[in-house]
Write a protein that binds this ligand. Structure first.
Ligand code: ZN
Length: 274
């Protein structure tokens, strides 16, 4: 069932759980996530990295995602992750996205606000809502910053941009962690209390389950799982006999691995209780 980003995140807010967002690259990834949502009855978000919208992959995967959303009886959304600019967000909207992220988090506050605000204006005209990012969430290859998103800045950012979702820097990073991350749970709770935007946790792969649960209790409503989904798929491929040539048969196992992975994260988010 096709849901717009703010609508699907409202379900999380109402029920006190987070909606898992899975980054997909192939049809088998989409099928794995779709089957997980079907089995658990959970709302889910399918998302693709911004750069993919500029390639053949984005063009051909978008209809697959939309078909999966049509097939699902539970709420599902289609989102562009880390939108790099207006061009990619416009393309995502053209391909049927029901939510869009614009990531201007490396810019100073005022520039981030004005770039995000422009995207919110045209996305709103197209009937979808926007996720912004405030406080830069880096990569695990770098030192994890302890410059958490400032509460007052978050209030100002949400007020002036009208974003419906906000990715915050609270101790996570993208990729495989070298050391166990330590999330700033208090900061999540403070930002949740101070703004109406739905809070988003990036870099969910590799965060200990207990911290994920605390983050949800503190007000996180969307959690992104990208790295570990890719690993579930790749590991599934490696476990197979490479001589097996009917590819549908070959890819059934990694597709199943993605499904099992997605089910575990759905349960962790608590969205199976929907
Ligand atoms: Zn991210």
């Amino acid at each position: 069932m096709r849901f717009e980003l703010n609508e699907i995140l409202n379900i999380g807010e109402k029920n006190g759980f987070a909606i898992p967002a899975f980054n997909v690259y192939t049809m088998e990834n989409v099928l794995g996530v779709m089957n997980a949502a079907q089995e658990t009855g959970s709302p889910v978000i399918f998302q693709m990295y911004s750069r993919l919208f500029g390639t053949q992959v984005g063009k051909f995967l978008a209809p697959v995602i939309l078909e999966a959303i049509n097939e699902l009886k539970t709420p599902a959304a289609f989102h562009i992750d880390h939108g790099t600019g207006e061009d990619m967000v416009i393309r995502a909207i053209r391909y049927g996205a029901t939510g869009a992220m614009i990531d201007a988090s490396t810019l100073p506050l005022q520039e981030n606000i004005s770039k995000t605000k422009r995207v919110v204006e045209f996305a709103t005209a197209a009937g979808i809502s926007v996720e912004g990012e405030l406080g830069h969430i880096g990569n695990t290859a770098e030192e994890i910053s302890s410059e958490y998103t400032n509460v007052d800045d978050a209030v100002q950012y949400v007020e002036q941009t009208s974003v419906k979702a906000l990715a915050i820097m609270v101790g996570t990073a993208h990729g495989k962690y070298k050391q166990t991350p330590k999330l700033a749970i208090d900061r999540i709770a403070q930002i949740h209390a101070a703004t109406d935007a739905h809070l988003v946790l990036h870099g969910g792969s590799g965060v200990p389950d207990e911290q994920i649960k605390q983050a949800i209790n503190a007000g996180i409503r969307k959690i992104n799982f990208a790295t570990d989904l890719a690993h579930a798929f790749i590991d599934g491929c490696r476990e197979l006999d490479a001589k097996k040539y009917p590819l549908d048969v070959y890819l059934a196992h990694p597709t199943e691995k993605v499904k099992e992975f997605a089910i575990s994260k759905i349960k962790l988010c608590g969205s199976d209780k929907y």
